[in-house]
Design a protein around this ligand. Structure first.
Ligand code: XMP
Ligand code: MG
Length: 193
């Protein structure tokens, strides 16, 4: 039976990574992380809001099936404004709720673009005396490769174009889309968004 069309279907020009591809990749990433962290007591997943929320939810459950106990913390930083270009400014909107001294921290990121947000965040977390700090990002754009950042776990390398879905938004919309795709150019031109 064909599914009913969703409100966003007509706004999406092209699917970049499908729902099934995301699901399989998360299992693969969780298995790698579980193997690397098999001797630790617990992993503290630091989710960078809001974009990484879907990834965090699925990744934490995948890791739960094969890895050590997981704890969750949330941070919110702003690097992008309301549109699709970087402001170059990183601001803490929500800080960690507790001390991370001695914890094995794994930063859960949605997408790595210029690397500006992450390099700032890693410096910040390093100053908080964690036992280790690593990064898992579901998506990486080509520009990120130019930045001298140690990102141990990468899901998909995607082209340098603005994508939405699976937590990623355009003006706070499209986060619930289960896949990642590119919007039609007319959508960006709409006055309401
Ligand atoms: P930088 O350039 O600091 O950017 O690595 C990382 C943050 O920018 C956002 N970002 C996007 N958000 N679609 C989005 O919805 C995109 O294609 C995109 N590229 C970057 C995102 O918040 C990420 O954490
Ligand atoms: Mg965003």
């Amino acid at each position: 039976m064909a599914a009913e069309p969703c409100w966003y279907d007509s706004d999406v020009e092209r699917v970049v990574v499908s729902e099934a591809e995301i699901r399989d990749k998360i299992e693969e990433l969780a298995a790698k992380v579980a193997a690397d962290y098999r001797s630790v007591d617990s992993i503290l997943l630091v989710c960078v809001l809001k974009g990484a929320i879907m990834f965090l939810a699925d990744f934490a459950r995948a890791l739960g099936r094969c890895g050590p106990p997981v704890e969750l913390e949330f941070m919110a930083v702003s690097s992008y404004g309301q549109g699709t270009t970087s402001s170059g400014v990183v601001r803490i909107l929500k800080d960690l709720d507790r001390d991370i001294t001695g914890q094995h921290v794994l930063v859960v990121e949605d997408i790595l673009d210029s690397g500006l947000t992450l390099s700032w965040l890693l410096r910040y977390l390093a100053s908080r005396s964690a036992a280790s700090v690593e990064v898992v990002t579901l998506f990486r754009k080509p520009d990120a490769v130019k930045v001298p950042l140690s990102v141990k776990y990468v899901g998909f390398d995607i082209p340098s174009e603005f994508v939405v879905g699976y937590g990623l938004d355009y003006s706070e919309r499209y986060r619930e889309v289960p896949y990642v795709g590119v919007l039609r150019s007319e959508v960006h031109a709409r006055p309401a968004l």
